[in-house]
Write a protein that binds this ligand. Structure first.
Ligand SMILES: Cc1cc2nc3c(=O)[nH]c(=O)nc-3n(C[C@H](O)[C@H](O)[C@H](O)COP(=O)(O)O)c2cc1C
Length: 344
């Protein structure tokens, strides 16, 4: 009998498949359908700091009166957005039997600590922080923040949230950090229980038909999982210890679990990411394109793979082909590119 349960960031999930944060997970009917499809957990759509700030900015620009009442307005817009979000958590918790992970998309410490506490009180089983910095400037004379400053800001958000909630804090990052492993180690030291590799952002494109700027494909393609696979294979070898460690003061430094996101469209890809060391695998484009019940196919494929290969538990093969467990780890590094390129 194959056991598909996994432990992820301190949560017990019935399968390693997680519905990634998106508009799909803002809809209660879709959330309920997902919970009946074999999904291990659901990350709700993010509450966006930027969106709230934009709304405040827009209302302030509409009237001088608003400017005088800026504090009130600020509070009202935030409280309204957060209130709606808390209702979604409560409804999802009352209708689903899988862990519900709240998501906050933010770039400053701000009020997130109190909101994170409210989310915990509303029943969220964990919080995923989708942290992004906005160093992109179109002004070449702009003096950008250093990578150290950017990482410190992210760590301070994680630290303040993790210190103020009892539920696990998970961090979702982009692949655009100077020293990914070092950054992840800092996130772990600041209280992150898991890291999601990687978020996928909006990219502009040009349409030759309309001769206009358009949005690039909103959904990922099947080959986009490769970047996550490489970094999960390396990070799972370097940042996961086999057992939790005590620092002598009663503080337990737990493992940093990894979750794979981007380009997971079928069971085969999901299993490759588990072999590379992901504890869980997140689905987004696949849900939009194939519907919530595609998760049943993922679970079916996993069970068949496990029984064909003789694995009883997911943990039996998770990380089996990571950087530490293969004979040619340089295959995950750039040096392999030179060797491969020579053959062509
Ligand atoms: C329409 C849409 C909305 C999304 N909204 C969010 C969001 O609110 N918060 C978040 O962390 N990621 C969001 N994402 C990113 C996804 O969670 C996921 O990381 C990304 O799409 C890559 O996974 P995929 O290849 O399975 O689509 C969104 C993606 C899409 C396509």
């Amino acid at each position: 009998m194959t056991d598909t349960t996994v432990n992820y960031a301190g949560l017990r999930l019935k399968s390693p498949f997680i519905a990634a944060s998106s508009g799909f997970t803002a809809d209660i009917d879709k959330i309920v359908a997902l919970s009946r499809s074999g999904i291990g957990a659901i990350v709700l759509k993010s509450l966006f700091e930027e969106q709230i700030n934009n709304e405040i900015g827009f209302l302030e620009s509409q009237s001088a009166e608003y400017t005088e009442n800026a504090d009130f307005l600020n509070h009202y817009v935030q409280a309204y957005a957060v209130g709606k979000y808390l209702d979604l958590i409560k409804e999802a918790k009352s209708k689903c039997d899988v862990p519900i992970i709240a998501s906050i998309c933010c770039y400053t410490v701000g009020n997130w600590v109190s909101y994170a506490r409210d989310m915990e009180a509303a029943g969220a089983d964990a919080i995923e922080l989708n942290i992004y910095s906005m160093p992109l400037s179109t002004d070449p004379s702009f003096v950008c923040k250093s990578s150290d400053e950017i990482e410190k800001e992210a760590c301070s958000i994680v630290q303040s949230v993790a210190a103020n909630v009892g539920i696990p804090v998970i961090v979702k990052i982009s692949d655009q950090y100077t020293n990914l492993l070092g950054f992840m180690a800092r996130l772990k030291a600041n209280g992150a229980r898991a890291v999601v590799l990687f978020n996928r952002f909006y990219k502009p494109d040009i349409s030759l038909k309309s001769m206009k700027l358009v949005s690039g494909n909103m959904f990922s393609s099947k080959s986009e999982y490769l970047k996550s696979l490489r970094w999960i294979a390396i990070a799972s070898a370097k940042l996961q210890s086999t057992s939790a460690k005590h620092d002598g003061n009663g503080v337990v430094s737990a493992n940093l679990d990894l979750s794979a996101s981007t380009g997971v469209h079928d069971g085969q890809t999901a299993i490759k990411l588990l072999l590379a060391g992901a504890k869980t695998v997140q689905l987004c484009s696949a849900l939009y394109q194939q519907g919530p019940f595609i998760v049943e196919d993922f679970v079916g494929y996993l069970k068949k793979f496990m029984s064909d290969k003789g694995f009883d538990k997911v943990a039996d093969f998770c990380g089996m082909l990571n950087y530490a467990n293969i004979s040619n780890p340089s295959g995950f590094e750039r040096v392999q590119f030179l060797k491969t390129a020579e053959q062509y």
